[in-house]
Write a protein that binds this ligand. Structure first.
Ligand SMILES: Nc1ncnc2c1ncn2[C@@H]1O[C@H](COP(=O)(O)OP(=O)(O)OP(=O)(O)O)[C@@H](O)[C@H]1O
Length: 471
């Protein structure tokens, strides 16, 4: 593995004084097994979450047969009393006990003993470690100046040059696809293709063909021979979005391709070598899915050679304003003229919890730029704190519901216009997808927009989870 460094190389015959690499302090805790079959096993971590159980996906793996696959977890960053961490039972069969009491959730302090089945675990003293953060405030197109994002950039900078498989976690809209794109753009594969396979949108009957490809006539709808996602991504990067939605029966097929680095199209005997870097993403807790036998453990390990987690936007502090300013300028540039955020609007943006993360912020700014008068965005233009812009639900007949004339004319002009635009967009894209059988690439080409932009629009309109035989 090669690591790229931002440090200048030391010139011959000169003495260089290295600048200390920037870092941030993180809490670190230690657990040690004091009784039971795994006595003396221990783990030390500064990650925000530590899991304990029998499955190999856990941070502390135990062999005690009275313990569940994924038994309990410790949350280090959950707030709470000073020095305490949150212990949670993860629905174990035999329960988690502290001080002889069965708990579902409890704050524990250093010195406490956790009892799981026949095993006793001591929660030992915690300390602080320094973790490196990047000097940069972006990685590719991914922006961020908060310590959490710069810690992520430091990891991405080190792995971009490699072919390591990466599993990206994070809430919906937090930028997982952008991480995959940035890793591709910053890697030696950047001239190769970047292919997206959205596992949540794969109709079961076409999923295998989407991964492996097929020969003409291999099944009823196979009118042409077609390459699968791996072949299309040859020489580049394959982004497996929403990997947690991949049906269990297809998981061994994906694992096989990842192990052998070769594919066999359905209906063919020929084997084709593929050179692909895989980045997968999910908003689900894959470890829990492994514990519940909904996701294969071997595939989890194959995909998560490196695990990275995007913090939710509400934990990124001033990044909210950094991103808001960027989106204001992105959305005003094509319109000409300048738009700015008023001080009150900036306060409203930082106070909002952003459940939809960066995507919600981007949509909010796009709308606000449209609503702003005299070039200034005020809090009212952001529509925060009340239900966001009404996107009308389709009627049973498939037509969008638009408020009747009276209701429409009772609204201010801009809101009424927006309701009509939403209704039109919903109708237009619903029909477009129907015409192209849910295939995003063909639908985007027919509408004259990029596939990426189409996908963003569909997510905003709630039309994303339609049948999609991508790629
Ligand atoms: N740090 C960032 N800097 C700039 N733009 C960002 C950042 N994070 C996300 N975005 C933008 O926000 C939108 C949502 O990001 P993205 O699609 O990558 O999220 P996601 O986590 O993959 O979403 P989902 O879980 O719904 O698939 C995109 O338009 C993306 O370009």
């Amino acid at each position: 593995m090669t690591f790229r460094s931002d440090e200048p190389r030391e010139a011959a015959m000169t003495t260089s004084v290295a600048r200390a690499a920037p870092s941030r302090p993180l809490r670190r805790v230690m657990l040690r097994v004091t009784d039971g079959p795994d006595r003396d096993a221990q783990v030390q971590t500064a990650r925000p979450r530590l899991t304990i159980g029998r499955s190999a996906v856990n941070d502390l793996v135990l062999t005690d047969s009275s313990i569940s696959g994924l038994h309990a977890e410790l949350q280090l960053a959950a707030g709470g009393p000073h020095g305490a961490v949150l212990l949670r039972d993860l629905g174990s069969t035999n329960g988690t006990h502290v001080g002889g009491v069965r708990i579902r959730e409890a704050w524990i302090e250093p010195g406490a003993t956790i009892q799981l089945g026949k095993t006793a675990i001591a929660f030992l003293a915690e300390d602080e470690v320094q973790v490196p953060i990047s000097r940069q405030t972006h990685f590719g197109a991914l922006l961020g100046q908060s310590p959490g994002m710069r810690e992520l950039f430091a990891v991405l900078e080190r792995i971009a040059d490699t072919d390591m498989s990466v599993l990206v976690g994070g809430e919906t809209g937090s930028g997982k696809e952008l991480v995959a794109r940035a890793l591709h753009d910053e890697s030696p594969r950047h001239k190769g293709p970047f292919v997206v396979l959205d596992c949540s949108a794969l109709p079961r009957e076409l999923a295998e063909a989407a991964i492996l490809g097929h020969r003409k006539g291999a099944f009823t709808s196979a009118l042409e021979s077609r390459a699968g996602a791996f072949e299309e991504a040859h020489g580049g990067t394959l982004f497996l979005d929403e990997i947690g939605e991949l049906p269990l029966e297809l998981q061994p097929k994906l694992l096989r391709v990842l192990d052998r680095r070769e594919v066999q199209r359905i209906g063919e005997t020929q084997v084709r070598k593929v050179d692909v870097r895989v980045v997968a993403a999910t908003h689900r807790d894959l470890k829990t899915m492994v514990g519940q036998a909904q996701f294969r453990e071997d595939l989890y390990f194959r995909l998560s050679v490196m695990n990275v987690e995007l913090p939710p936007l509400r934990e990124r502090g001033d990044d909210i304003l950094l991103l808001a300013e960027k989106f204001v300028s992105d959305f005003t540039r094509p319109r000409g003229g300048a738009v700015v955020l008023s001080p009150a609007a900036r306060r409203a943006l930082t106070a909002h919890p952003w459940p939809g993360n960066v995507r919600e912020l981007k949509n909010t700014i796009e709308r606000a730029v449209h609503f702003a008068s005299a070039g200034v965005i005020e809090p009212a233009d952001l529509f925060l704190g009340r239900p966001s812009r009404p996107v009308p639900a389709p009627t049973p007949a498939g037509e969008p519901a638009v408020a009747g004339d009276d209701a429409l004319f009772a609204q201010p002009f801009k809101e009424a216009k927006q309701a009509m635009v939403d209704a039109f967009e919903r109708r237009y894209f619903a029909r477009l997808l129907e015409q192209h059988d849910g295939n995003l690439s063909r639908a985007a080409a027919a509408a004259g927009i990029t596939r990426y932009y189409l996908r963003e629009l569909l997510k905003r309109l709630g039309l994303h989870r339609v049948k999609d035989d991508e790629p």
